[in-house]
Design a protein. Structure first.
Length: 195
């Protein structure tokens, strides 16, 4: 079973996160940040990951620590659940329309944590969520998941749609990349023999 449970406690956040890669898309998410909860629920459904997240964070300060630390935990969970990455497809991409927005994501589960991010989000906030925190989440996910992630906006004017499109597109890219290729289920998908 390709799953992981991450517990992370700092002076700013206390997070428990469980991830099942071969799930059905069910989730229970309670981070104290409503917009992040919404994005992670969509992420689980579109990636077909089972996800359980609880976070008690210093949201009285702002959402930064909660959002970033949740990204850290989710990336760590992907890395642990994938193990030696034997049999995975490794790469995934998705061009996803979300109303007027169009978001392209591409993922390589390479063992090298990098984010290439090109979203032009017009509003500073969606509800109480600081839109600049979307990038912080994706940075933490890429670094701690040791994955290369490209996120590019090709169209869009509504901040909610742009961010939601990015989460959905990335989820579908990761769903493809983490899938097992039955033809090569015992192989590491790299000429190096390790990822």
């Amino acid at each position: 079973m390709r799953s992981a449970e991450i517990n992370r406690t700092t002076a700013e956040t206390d997070i428990r996160l469980c991830l099942e890669l071969d799930g059905t898309g069910i989730s229970h998410v309670d981070t104290g940040c409503g917009f992040l909860d919404h994005m992670l629920t969509l992420f689980a459904r579109h990636g077909r990951f089972d996800l359980d997240v609880t976070c008690k964070g210093d949201i009285n300060v702002d959402g930064h620590h909660t959002v970033e630390d949740t990204g850290i935990c989710l990336g760590s969970a992907f890395l642990e659940a994938l193990g030696d990455k034997r049999g995975i497809i490794r790469y995934g991409s998705m061009l996803l329309p979300m109303d007027e927005s169009l978001i392209l994501t591409a993922v390589d589960l390479s063992g090298r944590g990098m984010l290439y991010y090109d979203l032009q989000i017009p509003a500073q906030k969606v509800g109480t969520f600081d839109t600049e925190l979307a990038e912080e989440f994706f940075i933490a996910l890429a670094r701690c998941g040791s994955m290369t992630i490209h996120i590019r906006q090709l169209a869009g004017s509504n901040s909610h749609h742009i961010i939601e499109g990015a989460f959905k597109s990335l989820a579908r890219s990761l769903g493809s990349a983490t899938a097992i290729d039955p033809r090569f289920s015992q192989e590491i998908p790299s000429t190096k023999g390790v990822l």
